[in-house]
Design a protein around this ligand. Structure first.
Ligand code: SF4
Length: 435
């Protein structure tokens, strides 16, 4: 049962916030109720943010997801423990978030969602700016697409203090998404990329269909193990539900893509193969993949959550840069290997983090691994002897990473780019065997 708590909101200056800054706090809200009956004990803040929904150029590099972002809210009820978004919230919006009672946007991630209001004039202005931006000013890998959403989920469930407020919040959320999509469709030539974890997106399949080749619909599907996913994504709908939603999207004639991202340290070869086989049946436009990258306090969030639920996870992979590097490279090349074997590699698009391009980091990882294998510290002579080989290995890995960073993802109706997939470097194959 939700227990409403009335609070008086004061801004930092001690003044009452603007009327549009109204908030609702409820307890025991589980926004992933469609996937689990477990109640979340944390206090929840759902309300209305100050700035309206607009289309903004994003700074994505090496992901080939979109050129612009459209975010309907600040915060996300799904509360994925590894989420990279709080970093941005913390840096850019921390003082404003304090006015809503959020003191630590990173630690409290998953406990607040502030829906942006609708302002048709502001939206049209941003749409016009995006539409009239010359191709020479755009990153070519963005496919001229607007992504819903990059910093929240467009189809999450919002909960108010009572049934009436809950209904209103969710009506507003739906209206924001639909108003935005209809205007993009009718008053621009921009493409749209939808990314969600929620089956609620089926409500808008008819609208998506009216875009034809201009829209791709995708879901994040790191694993098909519902129990494992619930640890890392405590409030998001179960992966089995997401797969069903993707299948429905395919049946409805939509162009679908899948982000097998991020795969967790516990995802085994068998687990990843199961996911890739299921995705294969969808004839996905593109299959993206990445492991968990370390961003701001996401490791601390994973560890705190793991402790709170009394589960032992393989968090040692985040303990040192070398351990993370090994986990990240191992999973990336494992996914490429399985994709080759399952004959879906032509649609695979890996996202190696740019920090993997550090030669010093790579050398440390290999040296530490060698020392662990031999059971002793390497002598200076042995280290020197390894250096030539390391230079060759790193050059191969570096070029392999560059090739993924240069890849432009597929778009329906568009000629695929001339990108040529590189074989896994020999060193990576050995790493995989040792992993
Ligand atoms: S659904 Fe996306 S934005 Fe929301 S918490 Fe999960 S990773 Fe972050």
């Amino acid at each position: 049962m939700n227990v409403p708590i009335e609070i008086q909101l004061l801004t930092n200056s001690g003044k009452q916030p603007a009327a549009s800054s109204s908030i609702t706090i409820t307890e025991a809200v589980n926004v992933g109720a469609e996937s689990t009956t477990e109640k979340q004990q944390a206090q929840h803040i759902n309300g209305v943010w100050t700035n309206p929904v607009t289309i903004n150029k994003n700074n994505f590099r090496f992901k080939s997801l979109s050129t612009w972002s459209l975010n309907i809210a600040v915060g996300c009820n799904h509360g994925c423990r590894y989420c990279y978004v709080p970093d941005t919230s913390t840096n850019k919006q921390a003082s404003k978030l304090r006015e809503f009672g959020i003191t630590d946007p990173d630690a409290e991630w998953g406990e607040y969602v502030l829906l942006r209001p609708w302002d048709g004039g502001r939206f049209n202005k941003s749409l016009h700016e995006a539409e009239t931006t010359g191709l020479d000013e755009l990153n070519p890998d963005g496919n001229r697409a607007v992504m819903l959403c990059t910093m929240t989920d467009p189809y999450q469930v919002l909960k108010g203090r009572n049934a009436e407020e809950t209904a209103k919040l969710n009506r507003d959320r739906l209206r924001l998404v639909r108003n935005s999509l209809r205007r993009i469709r009718d008053y621009s030539t921009l493409n749209v990329r939808i990314l969600t974890r929620s089956p609620l997106a089926t409500q808008d399949f008819d609208l998506f269909k009216t875009f034809g080749d201009r829209l791709v619909f995708g879901m994040s599907l790191p694993t098909l193990d519902n129990d494992l996913a619930r640890i890392y994504e405590p409030n998001a709908p179960a992966p089995s539900q997401r797969l069903k939603t993707l299948q429905k999207a395919k049946e409805a004639g939509l162009h679908v893509y899948v982000a097998i991202a991020p795969t967790y340290p516990e995802c085994t070869e068998a687990d990843i193969r199961t996911t890739l086989r299921a995705v294969k049946s969808l004839s996905a436009v593109t299959i993206f993949h990445e492991p968990i990258n370390i961003r701001a306090d996401n490791v601390a969030r994973i560890q705190a959550h793991t402790r709170s639920i009394g589960r032992a996870l393989n968090t040692e992979v985040f303990a040192t840069p070398e351990a993370w590097r090994k986990y990240a490279l191992s999973q990336l090349c494992l996914v490429q290997k399985i994709a080759e074997e399952e004959e879906v590699a032509d649609r695979l698009h890996l996202w190696p983090d740019k920090s993997l391009k550090s030669k010093a980091g790579f050398q440390k990882m290999v040296m530490r691994g060698e020392a662990a294998t031999t059971g002793r510290k390497l002598s200076a002579i042995e280290r020197n002897a390894m250096n030539n080989q390391l230079n060759t290995d790193f050059a191969a890995v570096d070029s392999w990473i560059d090739s993924w960073h240069e890849r432009i993802s597929e778009w329906p109706g568009k000629q695929p780019s001339q990108w040529v997939r590189q074989q896994l470097p020999e060193f990576m194959t050995q790493l995989l065997k040792a992993a």
